[in-house]
Design a protein around this ligand. Structure first.
Ligand code: GLN
Length: 240
C-alpha cells in the first residue's frame, strides 16, 4: 500500500504571511513526485481538529492582529487535540506567528495572548527594533548537521524554558531573540521556527525530513538541481 502524507493546515487564511502556504505546496509536490499520496485538510476559527487524522500539522506566520483571534480560538478548539497529536508523534511545523503560539504566552504591551503550551517558551514584543533579515541556522534533525536558510521578520523575542532545545544555532541573523544565538524550538516532532521564505522551498531537504518523521519512512532522493540552487541562493543571501 502506498503511504499517504495527511496534512492539516491550521488557520490557512489567517496565518499565511510571506507566502507561507508555499510550504504546503512543497510537501505536496515532493509526495506526488515520489508516488506517495497527499491529503490536505484545514481547520480554522471555530473548527475542531481530529488528533488522529493527520500526520503533519502546519501553522504559518501571522500579523499581531490575526494572532489575537487565533490565540483565543486555539485555546477553545485545538489545544487538547494538538497535545494528543504531538503525544502520538505527529509532526507539528509552526512558522513565526504560529511558532509563538505554540508556547506558553505571547505578550504584546499589556496584553498577554495565551499559547497552547505544546513547548515551554515565552515570547515578548518589546520596544526594540523588529528582527528582520536573511537568516541561516545549523540544525540536526537526526541526519547530521544541515543548514536551514530563510528570512525572518518578527517583533516578538522568544525565550525557551530551561528544558527546551532550540531547532538550531544561528549562523547569520537574529534567531529567537537576537541575543542567545538560538533559533526555533524542537521537542521530538514538534518544530517551531522564525524562518519564512517560504521555509520549505528554500530547504527541500527539510521538507523531506519532516515527511520522513511524519510517516516513519526513509525517502529516496529526487533530482534536486533547482531546489539545491534555491537553497544556495537563500544561503548566499544570508552570507553563508
Ligand atoms: N506578529 C509576530 C511578530 O511580529 C509574528 C510575525 C510573523 O509571523 N512574521 O513577532
Amino acid at each position: 500500500m502506498t503511504a499517504t502524507l495527511r496534512v492539516c493546515a491550521l488557520y490557512p487564511e489567517l496565518m499565511n504571511i510571506y507566502a507561507d502556504r508555499g510550504n504546503i505546496a512543497v510537501l505536496r509536490a515532493r509526495c506526488e513526485w515520489r508516488g506517495l499520496g497527499f491529503e490536505l485538510a484545514a481547520s480554522s476559527l471555530g473548527e475542531d481538529v481530529d488528533p488522529g487524522a493527520h500526520d503533519l500539522f502546519y501553522i504559518g506566520g501571522g500579523q499581531d492582529r490575526d494572532q489575537i483571534a487565533v490565540a483565543e480560538d486555539m485555546q477553545a478548539t485545538k489545544r487538547d487535540a494538538m497535545h494528543q497529536a504531538a503525544a502520538r508523534g505527529a509532526v507539528v511545523l509552526a512558522v513565526c506567528g504560529g511558532y509563538q503560539l505554540l508556547g506558553e504566552s505571547y505578550t504584546l504591551g499589556d496584553r498577554e495572548l495565551p499559547g497552547i503550551g505544546l513547548v515551554d517558551l515565552r515570547t515578548v514584543r518589546g520596544e526594540g527594533e523588529r528582527l528582520i533579515g536573511n537568516c541561516a541556522i545549523e540544525a540536526d534533525l537526526g541526519t547530521g548537521p544541515r543548514v536551514i536558510a530563510g528570512f525572518e521578520n518578527h517583533g516578538g523575542r522568544t525565550h525557551l524554558g530551561p528544558g527546551e532545545q532550540p531547532l538550531g544555532r544561528v549562523l547569520r541573523g537574529h534567531g529567537n531573540n537576537g541575543a542567545d544565538g538560538f533559533e526555533g524550538v524542537r521537542r521530538d516532532n514538534v518544530i517551531g521556527t522564525y524562518l519564512h521564505g517560504p521555509l520549505l522551498p528554500k530547504n527541500a531537504w527539510l521538507a523531506d525530513r519532516l515527511t520522513e518523521l511524519a510517516l516513519g519512512v526513509e525517502l529516496e532522493p529526487l533530482d534536486d538541481t533547482l531546489e539545491d540552487a534555491a537553497h544556495g541562493s537563500a544561503r548566499r543571501a544570508a552570507g553563508v
